[in-house]
Design a protein around this ligand. Sequence first.
Ligand code: FE2
Length: 128
Amino acid sequence: MSCENDLFCGINSVAGKSVDEMTELEKKHTPVITAPDKVKAGEPFEVKVETGVYVKHPNEYGHYFSWIEVYLDDTPVARFDLQPVMSSPSVTVKVTATHSHEGKRKIKARAFCNLHGVWENEKEVEVE
Ligand SMILES: [Fe+2]
């Protein structure tokens, strides 16, 4: 059985789509990751995850992002529980890639909207 049209089934992702190809719903929910393109193994770098970048998302008790998670590949890095008193929630964490994994790692960010489910984005980081 597929998750089609069920936003709460699995993880909603815009992988492979440009911003121009995204729907309004996707633009409103996709977290945006800012991180360096290239980092050194063992040296901390900053990862910023923002919501409401392409299209502003509501931020009230009936409709808001209630958490943001950050991963390095599939390794959990951080989780932030949110209340709708931040305007367009954004979080920043320091991450250290201790292994190069043949030079490529993926930063993943997930944001959960209480009405529209989990939304994921990712950014590749070169580790030398
Ligand atoms: Fe939403």
